[in-house]
Design a protein around this ligand. Structure first.
Ligand SMILES: Cc1cc2nc3c(=O)[nH]c(=O)nc-3n(C[C@H](O)[C@H](O)[C@H](O)COP(=O)(O)OP(=O)(O)OC[C@H]3O[C@@H](n4cnc5c(N)ncnc54)[C@H](O)[C@@H]3O)c2cc1C
Length: 392
């Protein structure tokens, strides 16, 4: 068997840890470097959809997702702000396969880390520098350590340190709103459905809930317009009373849920225009480092999982000499789909915030949007990655 390239993954978030699982499943030698002293995630949910669950299954993590996630079902709905139902939410792909799961972010990180052999993840390694020759890439860390590999994958998020070694600096785009996020024990709101994704849409705001951790917790997200201070802080503790005021007068069910919130966190919403390139030599970008997107299609993490599977499938057919060409093949394969999803997330945000004053048109668009969701969820990145790898 030909020698496969060795890989260093910088960033131990969802994108980096999934990529490591996929690369190891293909027999590659991988090390992950994470800046934080321990792996972890914020106390909020993430929604997984069939296009990524398919890939989690392929690396053997399907049962863990089923056990630790919360599958949402056909009761999932969009509502107007006052609780008037608008449309069902698409929860399956075109074949009728329901693999849409709410997950606590910390649970997802833990199950991805549990999938890796001991010694693969190195915490406390903040990447501070990068260089490469024709044969090898080198990463240096704030703790004085260095690492060499034939491929470096930057999965270090929207503020990526490594992006500057691929493409000239550019500013992220602020979208004028923040998301308040948190989770509540289901026992505190026992009448809340533990198997449904529910969203209420009002003027300039929207409110979302879905269950996580097998329905033990309900994740909520309130999207509201931002002020200048919120824009600059990126993420900060939020005031539950401010959150309650933002949704006063909406469906009383929201008021009842928010009455239970004791602490919350808020995120300013940024994305980027599609980058001109993702790879240079032996370095490539993946996940939010390559394509941060608005959360209005719930696809940032799902697309990072698709990225990881595409890259692993292609690198499995590469050797140290062809590795840079393999990175370009990965980038060519992924850029168009991800740009489509980035644009789709912006458009859906306008829909969710009722930008069209004719709510009848907005409601009709939401109903029609199920077809877009089905196409998104039907996608399997592996066959096309295998075809791309065959051209190396
Ligand atoms: C409000 C909101 C809701 C969302 N909901 C969803 C959803 O339902 N579904 C979905 O698919 N997506 C969702 N997303 C998007 C999703 O969270 C991101 O796309 C996803 O987490 C990106 O993963 P990542 O691994 O690329 O980056 P990150 O999760 O940002 O991970 C980057 C990692 O790199 C580490 N790191 C950073 N710099 C360095 C360095 N210099 N050296 C070493 N390590 C470093 C960080 O500590 C971190 O662990 C949502 C986003 C927001 C804001």
């Amino acid at each position: 068997m030909q020698k496969r390239p060795s890989v260093a993954v910088v960033g131990g978030g969802i994108g980096g840890l999934f990529a490591a699982n996929a690369l190891i499943a293909q027999g590659l030698d991988v090390a992950v470097y994470e800046q934080a002293p321990a792996l972890g995630e914020v106390g909020a949910g993430v929604f997984l959809t069939p296009n990524s669950v398919r890939q989690l299954q392929r690396v053997g993590l399907g049962p863990a997702v089923e056990l630790r996630g919360a599958r949402v079902g056909v009761e999932s709905r969009y509502f107007r702000h006052d609780g008037t139902p608008i449309a069902p939410v698409q929860v399956t792909d075109s074949s009728g396969w329901n693999a849409t799961f709410g997950m606590h972010r910390a649970d997802l990180i833990e199950l991805l880390a549990d999938g890796l052999p001991a010694g693969v993840v190195h915490t406390g390694h903040r990447c501070m520098g990068f260089s490469q020759t024709a044969d090898v890439a080198r990463v240096s860390f704030g703790n004085g350590a260095t690492a060499e590999a034939e491929i470096v994958i930057a999965t270090d998020g929207i503020h990526s340190e490594l992006r500057q070694y691929v493409t000239p600096p550019s500013r992220p785009v602020f979208h004028g709103s923040v998301a308040y996020r948190g989770v509540l024990p289901h026992r505190r709101i026992p009448h809340w459905p533990a198997d449904a994704w529910l969203m209420w849409l009002g003027k300039g705001k929207h409110f979302l809930t879905f269950p996580v951790r097998a329905g033990e917790l309900i994740n909520y997200v309130g999207f509201v317009p931002a002020d200048e201070e919120m824009k600059e802080s990126w993420s900060a503790p939020g005031d539950p009373d401010v959150l309650r005021r933002e949704f006063a007068g909406w469906d009383p069910r929201i008021g009842a849920l928010l009455a239970e919130v004791q602490s919350t966190f808020r995120w300013a919403l940024y994305d980027r225009e599609p980058l001109p390139s993702w790879s240079r030599g032996r370095l490539t970008l993946l996940g939010d480092a390559a394509h941060p997107m608005l959360p209005h299609l719930g696809q940032g993490a799902n697309q990072s999982i698709e990225d990881g599977m595409a890259l692993a499938t292609i690198l499995a057919r590469a050797n140290p000499a062809t590795a840079p060409a393999a990175l370009l093949a990965y980038e060519r394969l992924r850029r168009e789909r991800v740009a489509l999803v980035q644009r789709g997330a912006r458009e859906n945000g306008l829909r969710y915030d009722s930008a069209n004053p004719d709510l009848g048109v907005r409601d009709a668009e939401l109903k029609a949007h199920a077809a877009f969701r089905r196409r998104l969820y039907d996608h399997d990145v592996v066959p096309e990655a295998e075809a791309a790898a065959a051209t190396l």
